[in-house]
Design a protein around this ligand. Structure first.
Ligand SMILES: Cc1cc2nc3c(=O)[nH]c(=O)nc-3n(C[C@H](O)[C@H](O)[C@H](O)COP(=O)(O)O)c2cc1C
Length: 178
């Protein structure tokens, strides 16, 4: 039973890469701000390696998450499926950061926009129309995280289902009270 929960979680994450409407395609990434407070944001799941338990996202090199992860490589992903009432909380550590220039150059122009604004994310601007892009000067960064803990929670009747899996315990898993 426990094994099937972990397998199902991985299956759902892989499925989110194939199906654009899968609720796990968009998730929340939490990092720790430089002042120690939590910092959450929505990101798109870009790759998932079931065997090594690696989660990949794309971002702008100038975004806060880059500085925050340089200061503290620990982070957490939150995935929520509204149809299944299923929540996954995955604790991770930054595993690899790369500019992945080849991947950036292959992106279609509308996608390149997300990483090539002449203003850095969070920089004050006078009006949204002033936004310009410099595709040559992309700030594309690929972040790969390695999971070390997964918490599975499914709300259902008569009993909710909650379990925790740790890499330090070879992902064996145990039930916990919901
Ligand atoms: C639907 C949606 C998807 C997003 N996907 C990403 C993403 O894949 N990567 C990313 O860096 N930011 C993404 N963002 C923007 C982030 O939520 C965030 O505003 C931005 O990355 C700046 O974050 P930071 O400076 O706190 O690191 C997305 C926002 C929304 C609303």
């Amino acid at each position: 039973m426990l094994n099937s929960l972990l397998d199902d979680s991985k299956k759902q994450l892989s499925s989110a890469l194939k199906h654009k409407k899968h609720p796990f395609r968009y998730c929340t990434l939490a990092t720790t701000s430089l002042d120690g407070t939590p910092h959450l944001r929505t990101v798109v799941l870009r790759a998932f390696d079931e065997t090594k338990f690696l989660i990949t996202l794309f971002t702008d090199t100038r975004s806060d998450k880059i500085k925050e992860l340089a200061n503290d490589p620990r982070a957490e992903f939150l995935f929520y499926d509204t149809h299944q009432f299923l929540q996954l909380r995955i604790k991770v550590e930054l595993y690899e950061t790369s500019n992945a220039i080849e991947q950036y150059t292959q992106l279609p122009e509308p996608s390149k926009k997300d990483y090539s604004c002449v203003f850095a994310p969070g920089e004050p601007i006078l009006a949204p129309e002033l936004i310009r892009h410099d595709y040559e000067k992309g700030h594309f960064t690929k972040l790969v995280f390695k999971a070390y803990e997964l918490e599975y929670l499914k709300l259902k009747r008569p009993n909710h289902l909650r379990a925790i899996f740790l890499s330090s315990e070879d992902w064996k898993g145990s039930f916990i009270a919901p």
